[in-house]
Design a protein around this ligand. Structure first.
Ligand SMILES: [Cu+2]
Length: 172
């Protein structure tokens, strides 16, 4: 089993072969487990996009930062209804209660990659570094290589039916 997410400094992560093992890292060796991670693809000229994943901190902690070489600015965001308008705003940290999976997903918490330096094409990859604090306030970093997709890989997998073609990409 390949370990796809390593503590900071592990440049071997950039190997594309490790790409699809994102999220499979053992909970015993990782402070935070990352699953079903993806970045939404962009079109040329688009300045920002979201990154989504499920985070589980076995001993609890907080997500306190995000960065990516493809983004001039990267923030933690939350999205919620204010009156009848859906708004998103930056938050300084996201609590990860012990053992509980926190979902970063469209319409809710997400990582926001802004000031993009290049378009993010479907089926390419994006390096993203997450910064966590554990319950004692000790910081750690997790470097990930996330797949770029047009929809959640988890949703696509659960939506598959025997009659459906292998590829069912929505084009807008
Ligand atoms: Cu946002």
């Amino acid at each position: 089993m390949l370990i796809n997410s390593l503590i900071s400094g592990a440049r071997a992560l950039l190997l594309p072969a490790l790409l699809f093992t994102v999220g499979l890292a053992s909970a015993q060796t990782e402070p935070v487990k990352v699953e079903a991670a993806w970045v939404r693809a962009t079109v040329p000229g688009q300045q920002g996009t979201g990154a989504f994943m499920n985070l589980t901190a076995p001993d609890g902690g907080r997500l306190v930062g995000v960065s990516s070489p493809v983004a001039g600015v990267a923030e933690l965001h939350e999205m919620k209804m204010e009156g009848e308008v859906m708004r998103m705003r930056a938050i300084s940290a996201l609590d990860l209660p012990a053992g509980k999976t926190v979902q970063l997903k469209p319409g809710s918490y997400h990582l926001m990659l802004m000031d993009l330096k290049r378009p993010l094409a479907k089926d390419s990859t994006v390096p993203v570094t997450l910064r966590f604090q554990n319950a004692k306030g000790v910081e750690s970093k997790l470097e990930l290589i996330l797949p770029v997709a047009t929809a959640s890989p988890a949703a696509a997998a659960s939506a598959k039916t025997p009659a459906a073609p292998a590829k069912m990409d929505h084009k807008h």
